[in-house]
Design a protein around this ligand. Structure first.
Ligand code: ADP
Ligand code: AMP
Length: 219
């Protein structure tokens, strides 16, 4: 791999993509780009995009492809995004094709796609205990991955919150959507020969090590 790394993490909600992407981006010295974080920030700031996506996100539905593709094209072709760790986008094969196109046009093709595999019972345990920092969006778990101080973010000390779409019924809906799209999405990358399957069970450190090895193997 020459130049800044371009890594994509895919997997079901709760697989640990955000947790791993945050650390990996720091280690590789590239931005962490998460579509869900960008969309939540747009809602928080009250932008027209935020207003447009709010009802989809509150229901746990996917935001329409063209909306998220336009947002990600702006972000991923910016001068500070020559390398990146991307998570949450693409979620459909149509988004994957759009991503390929925008990255090819920018001369920034992906180096590797890592599929994080975690079984459903564990996803439910992870999501129902998740808290996020509303400021920097860092993700914690009250049992598995707690902040140093009970209720606030290690980065900026802001009080942690539960995402409104992290309820059990919304999670089940999000998992149904994931399961509907996953085969086509992973098939898209499998066909192109750069999908690395990584076991997402175990400690955050163990999973990070597996992802590190998958990236090295792809280099
Ligand atoms: P995703 O971005 O894939 O939806 P997150 O990174 O937000 O997932 O992780 C989901 C939840 O699981 C969070 O509460 C996080 O702290 C926790 N978590 C992440 N990695 C692990 C792990 N290896 N073991 C246990 N819990 C984890
Ligand atoms: P996440 O933070 O990745 O769990 O995403 C939270 C929510 O943002 C999802 O349930 C969708 O409503 C929306 N979202 C994030 N990324 C995408 C995407 N690539 N395509 C469509 N909707 C998305």
């Amino acid at each position: 791999m020459s130049g800044p790394a371009r890594v994509l993490l895919v997997g079901p909600p709760g697989a640990g993509k955000g947790t791993q992407a945050f650390q990996l981006a720091e280690r590789l010295g590239v931005p962490h780009v998460a579509s869900g974080n960008l969309l939540r920030e747009a809602m928080e700031r009250g932008t027209p995009l935020g207003a447009e996506v709010r009802s989809y996100m509150e229901r746990g539905d996917l935001v329409p492809d063209e909306v998220v593709v336009a947002l990600m094209a702006d972000t991923l072709t910016a001068p500070d995004c020559v390398g990146f760790v991307l998570d949450g986008f693409p979620r459909t094969a149509a988004q994957a094709a759009a991503l390929d196109e925008m990255l090819a046009a920018a001369g920034r093709p992906l180096d590797v796609v890592v599929l994080m595999e975690v079984e459903e019972d564990e996803l439910i345990r992870r999501i129902t205990g998740r808290r996020i920092c509303p400021e920097c969006q860092r993700s914690y778990h009250m049992t598995y991955n707690p902040p140093a101080d009970d209720e606030s973010c290690d980065e900026d000390g802001v009080h942690l919150v539960t995402r409104p779409d992290d309820t059990l019924d919304k999670l089940r809906h999000r998992l149904d959507i994931y399961n509907r799209e996953a085969a086509e999405l992973s098939g898209y990358y499998e066909q192109r020969g750069f999908l690395a399957h990584v076991d997402g069970l175990g400690s955050v450190e163990d999973v990070a090590e597996r992802i590190g090895k998958a990236i090295e193997a792809a280099a």
